[in-house]
Design a protein around this ligand. Structure first.
Ligand code: SF4
Length: 413
C-alpha cells in the first residue's frame, strides 16, 4: 500500500512479538514508550540476551494517570521512574550496603516482593516470609480477573529476580505471629502484610457502616477472588471508583449472574478516566448486559433487596438483590506490626533495631504505590520523614530576569 516506512505502537513488550512484527513486514519500526518506561534498559537487555531480566510493562496506564490528575508520574513496574533526577535513583543499580544487618520481610505482595528484591540487590541478607503457599499477595488474586492477566508480571519479574539471589531466602505457607518474628534473629523487620476490603460499606460516601451489611449475603472482592460467588441477582456497590468494581461486574456477569453496578459517581469506574480506560470499561459492561446505576448511594441492605438514594435528589428506590458485593474501601492488615511495636523490650531483647511497615499494610493504595514503597524502603531503610525536603527541587528562574541559564538547585535531606 505504501513504499514509505510504517511506524507503529501497541505496547510491544515481548522481544519475540516485536521481531515477528518487523520480520512479517507488518511494521518497519516500532515505538515503545510504555515498555521503555517500565524498563529503560529494554534494548540493552535484548542485545545482551538477558530476556528474563526485562521488566515488562503491564499496560495499567498508571503512568498516564499522573499527567491526567496532575500528580508526579509513576510506573507500577518501575518504581525508579520519575525519581531518577530528584532522588538519584538509577533504574538498574542500587548502592551496595556495607552493613551486615539481616532483614526479615513479612508478606510477599507487591511491596514485600520489591523490598526483598531491592534489599537483595544491595547485597543484604534477606528472609522473605509469606503466609500463603503462593507469592504475589493481591496480584496473585487479582490477575485472574477479566482483562488484567498481565498484572501477574508484577509478581513474576520480582520472583524471577529473587530466585537468582543466593542472599534472599523465601519461606512460603508460613503465617508469622509476633513470637515467630522475635525468634527469627533479624536486625530489621519489614511488615508488608497488605490490606483487606471492608464489608460494612464505609468509604468515600458513607462515613459510618451501612445498615444491614452484617448479613451473610454481603460479600467483598476477596470472596469473589476466592470463587465464593454471590447469589443471583447481584448488586455491586462501587464506592472505590477504580478498576475493581468494573472487573468484578464483568467476572460475575460472565459467570452467569444478573449484575447491577451501583455507584455514587456519575460513571462506572470513574477514576479510570485517568488511565484512559473508563469509556472502554463502561461500554464493555453495557454490552455484557450489566445494569449501571450511577449517582446513587447504597443506604441499606434489607431482605432480598437494597435501598438506594439519588445523590442529587435523595429520592429513594428499592432494587432486588440476593447477593451484594461491597467495593468501598480497605483496611491495613497491620495486626502483626501493632503486636510487635507494642513491646519495645521484647524487640530489644530479640536484637531487633527497627520494625517498619510498607505498602497497603501502611496505607492501602495502588499496586504502583506499594511497589514504590517497597523500593523506597530498600533504598532509604526508613520511611520516617523529617522536616527537610527528601528530594531534589528544580528552581526555574526566568532568563529575562537572570540573563543567563536558569540554575538547577539540588537540595537533599
Ligand atoms: S505504569 Fe503501567 S502502563 Fe505505564 S509503563 Fe508502567 S507498567 Fe506500563
Amino acid at each position: 500500500m505504501t513504499r514509505k516506512p510504517v511506524v507503529g505502537v501497541g505496547r510491544y513488550t515481548s522481544p519475540d512479538a516485536t521481531v515477528s512484527a518487523i520480520r512479517r513486514g507488518v511494521m518497519d519500526m516500532i515505538g515503545a514508550a510504555r515498555p521503555s518506561i517500565a524498563d529503560p534498559f529494554l534494548p540493552r537487555k535484548i542485545e545482551e540476551g538477558r530476556l528474563d531480566d526485562i521488566r515488562e510493562c503491564i499496560g495499567c496506564n498508571i503512568c498516564v494517570s499522573g499527567e491526567v490528575i496532575g500528580a508526579p508520574m509513576r510506573c507500577t513496574q518501575n518504581p525508579t521512574m520519575g525519581e531518577e533526577w530528584r532522588c538519584g535513583w538509577h533504574p538498574e543499580s542500587i548502592p551496595a550496603r556495607r552493613s551486615k544487618e539481616s532483614f526479615l520481610v513479612v508478606g510477599a505482595g507487591p511491596a514485600g516482593l520489591e523490598a526483598a528484591r531491592a534489599l537483595g540487590q544491595r547485597g543484604a541478607r534477606v528472609i522473605l516470609a509469606e503466609a500463603r503457599d503462593a507469592l504475589g499477595g493481591r496480584v496473585a488474586d487479582e490477575y485472574r480477573l477479566p482483562g488484567i492477566a498481565a498484572w501477574a508480571r508484577v509478581r513474576d519479574w520480582r520472583v524471577g529476580q529473587i530466585d537468582k539471589m543466593r542472599n534472599v531466602e523465601v519461606f512460603k505457607a508460613r503465617r508469622m505471629a509476633a513470637a515467630d518474628v522475635l525468634g527469627f534473629g533479624a536486625a530489621r523487620v519489614v511488615i508488608a502484610t497488605g490490606s483487606r476490603w471492608r464489608s460494612d460499606g464505609f468509604g468515600r460516601t458513607n462515613r459510618t457502616a451501612i445498615p444491614g451489611t452484617d448479613r451473610p449475603n454481603v460479600h467483598t472482592p476477596h470472596d469473589i477472588m476466592a470463587d465464593v460467588l454471590p447469589a443471583d441477582p447481584v448488586v455491586i456497590f462501587d464506592d472505590d471508583h477504580y478498576y475493581m468494581g468494573g472487573v468484578l461486574a464483568e467476572a460475575l456477569r460472565v459467570a452467569g449472574r444478573q449484575v447491577t453496578l451501583v455507584t455514587p459517581a456519575a460513571l462506572a469506574s470513574i477514576w479510570t478516566e485517568a488511565t484512559l480506560e473508563q469509556w472502554r470499561i463502561q461500554k464493555r459492561l453495557l454490552e455484557l448486559g450489566v445494569d449501571v446505576i450511577a449517582s446513587h448511594n447504597l443506604i441499606a441492605v434489607n431482605d432480598g433487596a437494597v435501598e438506594l438514594a439519588c445523590q442529587f435528589t435523595e429520592r429513594r428506590r428499592t432494587l432486588p438483590a440476593a447477593g451484594i458485593v461491597m467495593v468501598t474501601s480497605r483496611l491495613p492488615d497491620d495486626a502483626l506490626y501493632e503486636d510487635l511495636v507494642a513491646d519495645d523490650r521484647a524487640l530489644a531483647d530479640a536484637g531487633i533495631a527497627d520494625v517498619s511497615r510498607v505498602g497497603d499494610c501502611l496505607a492501602p493504595g495502588t499496586i504502583a504505590a506499594a511497589v514504590h514503597a517497597g523500593h523506597r524502603f530498600a533504598r532509604e531503610l526508613t520511611l520516617a520523614l523529617g522536616d527537610a525536603v527528601p528530594f531534589a527541587v528544580e528552581s526555574i528562574v526566568p532568563r529575562i530576569l537572570t540573563k543567563r541559564r536558569a540554575p538547577m538547585e539540588r537540595r537533599t535531606a
